[in-house]
Design a protein around this ligand. Sequence first.
Ligand code: FES
Length: 95
Amino acid sequence: MPRLTVNGKQIEVPAGTNLIEAARHAGVEVPHYCYHPSLSIAGQCRLCMVDIEKAPRPTIACNTVAADGMVVLTETDRVRETRCARRGSRSWSST
Ligand code: FES
């Protein structure tokens, strides 16, 4: 069971859990559109972007599996910018 940190909260999730579901374990909702837990991963909308410490750029949470020691941030400036760019609006926020 990987142990990771989401927005500063340490959690442990079952192996194979993606970062949308891992964030839910931490009480964090990652915005998403094309993800549904009962369907295959489409990875098309790109709204579920999150930052992973030491990663060069944000990545999609729906198709990224939680790993031991991973540090995930869901509300960084570059994540917000990426989400806004995908929606075509600078005023959109997940809060
Ligand atoms: S929810 Fe659409 S790409 Fe992740």
